[in-house]
Design a protein around this ligand. Sequence first.
Ligand code: 6PG
Length: 486
Amino acid sequence: MNSPHVSGPLADAAVVGLGVMGANLARNLARHGYRVAVYDRLPGKGAALLARHNQEGHLLLADSVGDLSARLTRPRRVLLLVPAGAATDAAIDALTGVLEPGDILVDCGNAHADDTERREAALLGRGLHLVGAGVSGGEEGALRGPSIMAGGTERAWEAVRPLLESVAARAGTTVCCARVGPGGAGHLAKTVHNGIEYAVMQVLAETCDLVLRRTDAGHAGLADLLAHWNKGDLESYLVALTAAAAAHVDPSTGAPFLNVVDDAADQLGTGRWAARAALDLGVPAEALAQAVFARFISRDVEGRAAVRSAVGPLRVTPAQSGAGPAETDLRDALLVATAVAYAQGLDTIRAADAACGRVTDLARLTGLWRAGCIIRGRLLERISDTLAVRPDTPVLLAAEPLAEIVRDGSAALRRVVLDAVAAGVPVPALASVLTHLDQLRTPRLATAMVQAQRDAMGAHGYRRVDRAGSYHTRWNADGAEIPLDA
Ligand code: 6PG
């Protein structure tokens, strides 16, 4: 390697990619006393960061990846905060040319776990290490303390652990930063975190829609209601943020912000990855999937317009005064739906662990989600408490606190969904939670017929309720049943 000469003390770590997240993480490290070399392929970004924030600590501007490498103590520790996908591959390629065996890259972006494992293997071939670290908390979290879920080898993790622990969020004495498993485990954990995030955002959005369309609360009333709920079991970062959004008034028109914001919802893709992981692993995480589908439909502006004009627009029945859902029902329905979203996400992690050894310790993982991350909240703390005492709790929804929440709130959820369906308010995620629970609670499901159909269609066989074994019925002949495994 041909490193440019650098004078002065070397930096403890580097941050590459100085968007809001990278800049704030660099500042967070500098505020904790680290000397941080910073680099962005757009030269203005680093200069702007130093101009505004250099007084917060030691930020050293590098003008190329070679310069960056020369400015670092060894083994070099480089935190990457660039967009997932091709940009991450390009940044890693550029850095591989200047780093040396033993150096460690930490990918703090929202990478797909499979990509992380592919990159880790390629880098190891050159003696370099990769820690895939899921970092949650948005721009505020990056600056004041995010939740960090890391993967990679123990050796690589130990080399970057002090850095990451010092900037992470704290929940009491718990540092919300840990290695949750090898390879892509950290990024898988973050992906599922985001799947839960999508689901909780969607059930919150649907509940807000119902309050606005089926009660006379109005936007100010909705904001008050959310602020009130945020003092109980629903207390969470996302409820607080939703309350603020509901209360916000558009400065240019004076209208409630929710009335002027376009309803076509974007996504960067992690929620879709989480839903796809659940599908691949055979986990019925419908709330996670419905949240993704809801964003797809919202963006299908042409399809929506075409169906509206061909079939006719849906007119929501306004609630006669007091005839809409009760506030307590809305709160309980939201709590049940949030609980089920957490359970579906954690079930996905468990299935991934069983399938490929990614993220073994749910107690530790939910401990990392106690502070700093987007899905933090009181209910999650209670789930984490349960898992800390009984880490092997087999069915989360059948254990406290979730079982009690579902027991107490599922009648309210049914009333809320019934009201929404009757009035014509779409509630895909809330309805999916209700049918998820109904399926779990019904002793006998419609899928008995599916088994019969499969056997009639393809001689796939079926099990019986009254005796062991597999059987086939000769549907097209004498209707007799023959045992398949005799
Ligand atoms: C976090 C968030 C973050 C996410 C964005 C938006 O944990 O800090 O999950 O990583 O990227 O909030 O994601 P979407 O654009 O996909 O909604």
